[in-house]
Write a protein that binds this ligand. Structure first.
Ligand SMILES: Nc1ncnc2c1ncn2[C@@H]1O[C@H](COP(=O)(O)OP(=O)(O)OP(=O)(O)O)[C@@H](O)[C@H]1O
Ligand SMILES: [Mg+2]
Length: 278
């Protein structure tokens, strides 16, 4: 009796090899150094240069969303992305992985930037938005696995304080943009951030942005103190404060201001990928 030929199993469809990822940035520095203004303006400039950009607003106080011109929503979309299981542990709701969370719960900002926002603290504290915090944390820890985001720029604005030095809050970041004012406090804080970061992982890089510069020598002084490659300097510019007083984005009211132009140059350098040669 002839034996039926056993068909060889179909080979597993090979996954396409993974190409290089686009920029993965986290913006860190002392409180008030200018992280949110620089993150927001940089995100929009990178989008204007043709990138798809996901901006991550990880501060529980208002910052990036206002500086980018998106405002702070009454209801935090990301609250719908997490729930407690029957043991009281937080998890992403069924059917929502990191890719879907970004797709569904990131919101639109000018120039086509998408913003994923953590819920803000209000007079009731963090509790009403706890789900968004849990969801945010879980999503940022899975972003690296989301292939559909490989060609996106991911740019996180980290809150001031010790949390930012812990890579846990920016696990996606390949490069930290260290925003530093030319003041002792700002420089000492920045040095501490670099040292703490260095003891945790060594596969990430730092680039220095000296902000609120008033003298030619400022950037060089900060750079020499920190020993971090300089990406660029942003001048102290009243247009930034004026935009902030009005609660609007710098690019929407003063796109030609010296600060906006300096941040545009940062975007161009990052985009050209020539940061190591600066
Ligand atoms: N280049 C600049 N020129 C003038 N003022 C600036 C400049 N950059 C930032 N500022 C001002 O500095 C203040 C802090 O800016 P921003 O909120 O961006 O800092 P931050 O580092 O995000 O602060 P936080 O740590 O509170 O999140 C704001 O009042 C802003 O208008
Ligand atoms: Mg901020």
């Amino acid at each position: 009796m002839a034996t039926a030929a056993i068909a060889a199993p179909d080979p597993q469809p090979a996954r396409a090899p993974r190409g290089p990822r686009n920029l993965r940035l986290a913006v860190v520095g002392k409180g008030g150094a200018g992280k949110s203004v620089i993150s927001a303006t940089l995100a929009r400039h990178l989008a204007r240069r043709g990138h798809r950009v996901l901006a991550l607003d990880s501060d529980t106080l208002p910052g990036l969303s206002i500086s980018i011109g998106a405002g702070v929503p009454e209801e935090v979309p990301l609250n719908a992305a997490a729930e407690r299981n029957d043991k009281g542990r937080w998890r992403l709701v069924k059917g929502v992985g990191a890719a879907r969370a970004v797709q569904r719960f990131a919101t639109d900002a000018p120039d086509g930037v998408r913003v994923l926002q953590i819920g803000k603290t209000d007079r009731r504290g963090l509790e009403p938005n706890r789900a968004s915090h849990q969801a945010f944390y879980q999503v940022i820890h899975r972003l690296d696995d989301v292939r559909s985001l490989d060609d996106w720029v991911i740019l996180g604005d980290l809150p001031a304080g010790p949390r930012q030095a812990a890579y846990d809050w920016a696990p996606y970041a390949q490069r930290f943009l260290l925003v530093v004012e030319p003041t002792w406090q700002s420089m000492l804080t920045a040095r501490r951030i670099v040292r703490i970061a260095g003891t945790m992982r060594d596969d990430r890089e730092f680039s220095l942005v000296v902000n609120k510069v008033t003298a030619d020598a400022d950037a060089q002084r900060v750079q020499e103190f920190l020993g971090v490659p300089l990406l660029g300097a942003v001048p102290a510019d009243d247009a930034v404060r004026t935009a902030e007083r009005a609660g609007v984005a710098l690019l929407d009211v003063a796109a030609d201001s010296p600060a906006a132009q300096a941040i545009e140059r940062l975007a161009a350098k990052l985009d050209a990928g020539n940061i190591d040669r600066l």
